[in-house]
Design a protein around this ligand. Structure first.
Ligand code: UTP
Length: 271
């Protein structure tokens, strides 16, 4: 069973500047609720019991958001507002399941993942990239079912338009397991239209094996001088570790770019 999840939150959020110059993007409201709460709700509904947040000193406000008890207690004592009491109880529920670890230099997603090594107990864990919201169907829950069925690592995927492949990590697939699940042969970062092995893109939900840590600890920086999680995944695939690409059926919202962030509130308001 997958019981632990990790969430990298230590990036700079430059695509959302100026909103992110003093504010953590994961706390920005999406239709009146911080983005990170959608991610936590997805985890809880998928049966996750512990979530490790990778933050940095610059993102300390994320920890403060969950550790503001004195403030809430004082306000609740004075106002006894049922809405505030309900919201505080929700924060307390989240807080109970969150552990924090620090990545003070944004050296890449792979480096962020490596920081969680000491917390991970089981053979597999879930990773969610909080910029990628998936609504209407719980993607993590579906992926955990796939993991249980195939005893494999799993990555979320969706079909993208051929002329946009160069914006994504694109799967090279080896075998169709069923209508929505494929065995992964390779992941190609941002290929040109002519070189793209498929139109199936990697989206920010992963079930990864614990052994990825030993790969990451030896990994040299890749493209742009960063330590990428995809490079470690690739070397595991080359060593015949089974990775399944799961075409999820929910709706994807990209909250990491300004256009996507604005659109995501509108989409969620329609639900
Ligand atoms: P991105 O590179 O897509 O987002 O990282 P970013 O760095 O936050 O924002 P931009 O690109 O500057 O606008 C994907 C996820 O990985 C985390 C980010 O916080 C984001 O959730 N991340 C990235 C880390 O935790 N550490 C890193 O070193 C890099």
């Amino acid at each position: 069973m997958i019981k632990q999840a990790i969430i990298p939150l230590a990036g700079l959020g430059t695509r959302l500047l100026p909103l992110t110059s003093v504010f953590a993007k994961e706390l920005l409201p999406i239709n009146g609720k911080p983005g990170i709460e959608y991610i936590l709700d997805e985890c809880i509904e998928a049966g996750i019991k512990e979530v490790v947040f990778i933050i940095s000193k610059k993102k300390q406000m994320i920890k403060n958001y969950f550790y503001n008890d004195k403030f809430y207690k004082k306000i609740i004592k004075k106002k006894k507002d049922p809405r505030i009491i309900k919201e505080y109880k929700k924060i307390l529920k989240y807080k109970k399941m969150i552990r924090f670890v620090y990545q003070n230099k944004p050296l890449g997603t792979g480096d962020a993942v490596l920081k969680t090594q000491k917390f991970i107990k089981d053979k597999f864990f879930l990773m969610l990239l909080p910029d990628d919201l998936i609504i209407k169907k719980n993607c993590s829950k579906s992926m955990i079912n796939i993991h249980n069925r195939y005893k494999s690592s799993v990555m979320a995927s969706m079909n993208v338009k051929k002329n946009t492949v160069s914006r994504w990590g694109i799967f090279k697939l080896s075998k169709k397991l069923d209508k929505i699940n494929y065995l992964v042969k390779d992941v190609v970062e941002k290929p040109s239209i002519n070189n793209a092995p498929s139109n199936k893109a990697v989206i920010g939900r992963y079930i990864l094996p614990k052994k990825i840590f030993s790969k990451l600890s030896k990994q040299k920086p890749g493209k742009g001088g960063e330590i990428h999680i995809t490079d470690a995944i690739q070397s595991l695939i080359y060593e015949n570790n089974k990775f399944v690409a799961h075409i999820f059926s929910g709706k994807y919202l990209d909250c990491g770019s300004m256009n996507g962030y604005i659109k995501s509130s509108l989409e969620i308001a329609k639900l």
